[in-house]
Design a protein around this ligand. Structure first.
Ligand SMILES: Nc1nc2c(ncn2[C@@H]2O[C@H](COP(=O)(O)OP(=O)(O)OP(=O)(O)O)[C@@H](O)[C@H]2O)c(=O)[nH]1
Length: 414
């Protein structure tokens, strides 16, 4: 026995499983790729799949957020050294704590329970923290105000970049936080206009940069998603066309029976098996009687219908899994019956004639006034020397005898 091939091994992946892409998305995705809306959103059905993919795997999501937070931590530390020429232990511990809390939220916030409001939830929590920080800074000393700047910048970047809140939630959140900062600073700081403008301008700049990078990253993610989905749709279409072409190459388009090519492939396989197992195999040649006259009398279209009726009788009668009936050409059909002795094949052919007889398909141009078939049968023990063309020739010769004997016959007779 031939060894069963092992299935190809699938490498482990943290990517979320592929989601089927409906073909009717195509127009919407193309429109999106041409002119993405400012707020970056797909139509609703696509958006929910995009979110599922974007937040699909917890590990994948966490890993990306971890990289973003490490980069953020390094940049802030560098700013400390370059701008303040020192590491502020207090600021470092706040950053570390805030980043850890955000990463834990990214990892543990259940996807299914909160989607699609998960990001609004994160943005809302950050906004609440920002209000709390504003209150503390209004009632605290100079130190509280210094930390306010730190927490503000950190919060903006964490919310927009690390927790990967969508642009449409990130934009109002950022605006809210920036305006709150300006209001707080104006309320409590000394009326030094230049210092105020510098502080507010700096925070505004951070907010704009954070939003701009947020939008650019999200646009890139969405474009990649749209292109991949379009690729999937194109692939599915190609597969469907290929399946259709391969069906056309293997089946007769009029009767839907296997065609000559498929029959010959199957028959060769059955012949090899029969030779190996030293078993019997039978082949039948079936031909509609007076079919030219039928066409002439009823027309070509009615002739086609008649071929379909005969084909369905063949299909219905050929019931076993490895038996196959096929349209061999014109009004000729062939049948292969593996593991079948000649006398059983003759009984099968008689049943087939009987099944057609019971349908009583009218044929005014035939002496018996109904559609009938003649069948030539051959069958024997198969040896390695037996060829398909030998069997077909024998069945064809038997068919010739059935025709000569008056049609509506099986030859050799039972
Ligand atoms: N309608 C239709 N006719 C077909 C098709 N293929 C072959 N034919 C016709 O089948 C007829 C076969 O005619 P013949 O070979 O003379 O056989 P017959 O008239 O059945 O005579 P016997 O076989 O001797 O009984 C021809 O007229 C072909 O045009 C087809 O796909 N559709």
């Amino acid at each position: 026995m031939e060894p069963t091939p092992l299935p190809p091994s699938v490498p482990p992946t943290h990517e979320p499983p592929a989601i089927p892409v409906p073909a009717d998305w195509e127009a919407a995705l193309r429109t999106y790729l041409k002119v993405p809306p400012f707020w970056l959103a797909f139509p609703e059905a696509i958006e929910s799949v995009f979110l599922h993919r974007a937040h699909g795997s917890r590990i994948h999501r966490f890993r990306q957020s971890l990289y973003a937070s490490m980069a953020l931590f390094a940049v802030l530390a560098l700013c400390d050294v370059l701008l303040l020429s020192t590491f502020r232990v207090e600021a470092l511990s706040i950053r570390f704590g805030a980043i850890a809390a955000t990463l834990l939220a990214v990892f543990f916030l259940p996807r299914a329970a909160l989607a699609p409001h998960r990001e609004s939830f994160i943005a809302g929590v950050f906004a609440l923290l920002c209000v709390a920080q504003a209150v503390i800074s209004l009632h605290g000393g100079q130190r509280a105000l210094l930390l306010y700047d730190e927490v503000l910048i950190l919060g903006l970047l964490l919310c927009n970049q690390v927790a990967r809140v969508r642009f449409r939630q990130a934009a109002p959140f950022t605006l809210f936080w920036t305006l709150l900062y300006i209001a707080t600073v104006q309320t409590r700081d000394s009326p030094d206009v230049a210092a105020l403008i510098f502080k507010c301008g700096f925070i505004l700049l951070v907010a704009l940069i954070s939003l701009y990078t947020k939008r650019a990253m999200e646009l890139d993610n969405r474009n990649t998603f749209a292109l991949r989905s379009l690729n999937t749709i194109a692939g599915d279409k190609l597969n469907a066309v290929n399946a259709e072409l391969s069906a056309q190459a293997r089946f007769d388009t009029l009767t839907s029976l296997p065609n000559r090519r498929q029959f010959e492939e199957h028959a060769e396989r059955m012949l090899r098996d029969a030779a190996r197992n030293q078993s019997n195999l039978s082949v039948l040649y079936v031909d509609i009687d007076y079919f030219k006259a039928y066409n002439d009398h009823y027309g070509h279209k009615a002739g086609d219908d008649c071929l379909c009726v005969v084909a369905s009788v063949l299909r219905f009668t050929t019931a076993r899994a490895l038996d196959m009936s096929a349209r061999y050409g014109g009004e000729e059909f062939v049948i292969i019956l593996p593991d079948t002795r000649l006398n059983n094949a003759i009984s099968f052919a008689l049943d087939l004639c009987q099944n057609l007889r019971e349908l009583k398909v009218p044929h005014d141009a035939s002496p018996i006034q109904r559609v009938s078939v003649s069948i030539g049968v051959t069958g024997r023990l198969i040896t390695p020397d037996t060829t398909l063309s030998d069997l077909l020739s024998e069945a064809d010769a038997a068919l010739y005898k059935a025709k000569s004997a008056g049609r509506d016959q099986v030859y050799p007779p039972a």
